[in-house]
Design a protein around this ligand. Structure first.
Ligand SMILES: *Cc1c(COP(=O)(O)O)cnc(C)c1O
Length: 407
C-alpha cells in the first residue's frame, strides 16, 4: 500500500553509515563524533524491564505503544515476553501488526475514527475496543457489524490523583455513566472490561488500590458480569531526585484493590514508561557556551520535551573522548536548537565547569516519551539511532533483579 508522507512529517531516526553495535555510549561518541543527536537504544534493558513487569503483574501485560514506537524497542518488548499491545491509532495498529502477526492488539483510544475502527477490525484482527460514551459504543457496533468475539472496555474517569500527568481530564466516564455503559455494552461483548488510568509517573501505589475500589463499586452498580479490569499504565521510573517505591509495592497495592473485585475477573495493565524509560539515552552536542547557558543540538521539539515545561530532570554526564574534564562542577541551563524561546531545559544540569563547544552530553531515561515526541519544527529532526549494550544511567527498584539474573 502506498504511504503518503505529509510534508514536514518528522524524519525517521537514521542509522549511522557503520551500523555495528558499539558496546557503550562512550564508544559511540568516540567513533561517530556525532554532530546530530544520537539516540542510543538499549534493547536488553527494555527486555529486562518487560520480563520484570511480566513476572510481577498478576494478569496480562499490554505495552502502551505511544510511549516509544521504535521497531527496535517493540521487538525488545516482545522478546521480554509481552504479546499484547495497547494502540491508540490506526498507524500504531498497522505498525504492531506488521512486526507481530500473532500479537493481540487492543484499540484503547476512547475516540476513534470510523475508518480506523473498520480497518482495525477487518484488516488487522483487532478485537478489543475501548469506549467512554454511548456514541462511541454505537460507532464501534456499526463499524464492526456487532461482530462475534468483540471485546468492549469501558474507560472510567478517576478523581485527580498524584500522577505527574493527570489523564482523566480528557477521557473517561463518571462512575454512574460507566455503570450504564457496562450494562449497554454487555449484550454485544464477548469480553466486557472496565479500564482506568491513574496518570503517568504516578508515585503513589495506593492510587491503584483506590481506583480498583471504585471499579468494584461501578461493577456492582452495573449489575452485569465483567471479565476484565484494566489497571492502565502510569507505573513510575527513577529520575534524579525522584525515587519511586519499588515495583513490588505497586503490585501489592493492585492485589489489595483487586481483592474487592468479583471472583474470576482477569487483570490487564498497560505500562509504557516503566518498560522503556531506561532503554534509551540521547547524546547531544554543545554548539555554543554563553556563561552558564549551553546551546545544544536537541531540545523540547526533539527528544527533550519533558525536560522543558514539564520540568522533568534527567540523569546526565559529560562525554569528552579526547581529554580529561575539570573535576569542579557547576550548574547549567540547556537551550535547544529551535528559534522558540520556550526551547529551554532548565535542569539544573550539573556538569564539569569547563564544558565547552564540541563536548557531548549523555542524557539518560529518554526511552519513554523522548523519541516519540520528536517533531520536525525548524528542521531539527535529523537524529541518528544506534544500539549499545551498556547499562541504563539509572535503574528503577524492582526492575533490576531480573536484569541481574539475565546478566
Ligand atoms: C499513555 C497511556 C498509557 C501508558 O502510560 P505510562 O505512564 O507510559 O505507563 C497507558 N494507558 C493509557 C490509556 C494511556 O493513555
Amino acid at each position: 500500500m502506498t504511504q503518503i508522507r505529509p510534508r514536514g512529517a518528522v524524519a525517521p531516526l537514521r542509522r549511522p553509515a557503520a551500523t555495528a553495535r558499539r558496546a557503550t555510549v562512550d564508544a559511540v561518541v568516540a567513533s561517530l563524533r556525532p554532530e546530530e543527536p544520537v539516540h542510543c537504544l538499549r534493547p536488553h534493558a527494555v527486555s529486562d524491564a518487560a520480563r520484570a513487569f511480566m513476572a510481577a503483574f498478576p494478569g496480562d501485560v499490554l505495552y502502551a505503544v505511544k510511549c516509544n514506537a521504535e521497531p527496535t524497542m517493540l521487538r525488545a518488548i516482545a522478546a521480554g515476553g509481552v504479546a499484547h499491545f495497547d494502540c491508540a491509532s490506526e498507524a500504531e495498529v498497522r505498525l504492531v501488526r506488521s512486526l507481530f502477526p500473532e500479537a493481540a492488539i487492543h484499540f484503547m483510544h476512547p475516540v476513534k475514527s470510523r475508518g480506523a475502527i473498520r480497518a482495525a477490525w477487518s484488516q488487522h484482527g483487532v478485537r478489543d475496543f475501548v469506549l467512554d460514551t454511548d456514541a462511541e459504543l454505537t460507532k464501534i457496533l456499526q463499524e464492526t457489524g456487532d461482530g462475534d468475539d468483540l471485546g468492549l472496555v469501558v474507560r472510567l474517569a478517576l478523581p485527580k490523583g498524584n500522577a505527574a500527568y493527570d489523564l482523566s481530564g480528557k477521557f473517561g466516564a463518571a462512575p454512574a455513566e460507566a455503570a450504564a455503559l457496562l450494562r449497554a455494552a454487555r449484550p454485544h461483548a464477548a469480553r466486557l472490561g472496565l479500564s482506568f488510568h491513574v496518570g503517568s509517573q504516578c508515585m503513589d501505589p495506593s492510587a491503584w488500590t483506590r481506583a480498583l475500589a471504585l471499579a468494584a463499586q461501578v461493577i456492582a452498580a452495573s449489575g452485569v458480569a465483567v471479565e476484565v479490569v484494566d489497571v492502565g499504565g502510569g507505573f513510575p521510573v527513577a529520575y534524579p531526585g525522584s525515587e519511586p517505591p519499588p515495583l513490588a509495592a505497586f503490585m501489592d497495592a493492585i492485589r489489595d484493590g483487586a481483592a474487592l473485585l468479583p471472583q474470576g475477573v482477569r487483570l490487564w495493565a498497560e505500562p509504557g514508561r516503566a518498560l522503556v524509560a531506561g532503554g534509551a539515552s540521547v547524546v547531544v552536542q554543545v554548539q555554543q557556551r554563553r556563561g552558564d547557558a549551553l546551546y545544544v543540538n536537541d531540545g523540547v521539539y526533539g527528544a527533550l520535551s519533558d525536560a522543558g515545561a514539564p520540568g522533568f530532570r534527567f540523569p546526565h554526564r559529560l562525554v569528552r573522548p579526547d581529554a580529561e574534564a575539570a573535576e569542579v562542577t557547576r550548574t547549567f541551563t540547556l537551550f535547544g536548537p529551535t528559534c522558540d524561546s520556550a526551547d529551554v531545559m532548565r535542569g539544573p544540569w550539573t556538569l564539569p565547569a569547563d564544558v565547552a563547544e564540541g563536548d557531548w552530553i549523555e542524557i539518560g531515561q529518554l526511552g519513554a516519551y523522548g523519541t516519540a515526541l520528536r517533531t520536525a519544527f525548524n528542521g531539527f529532526d535529523r537524529a541518528h539511532v544506534t544500539e549499545v549494550s551498556d547499562s541504563p544511567m539509572l535503574t528503577t527498584a524492582g526492575y533490576e533483579a531480573v536484569a541481574a539474573r539475565a546478566a
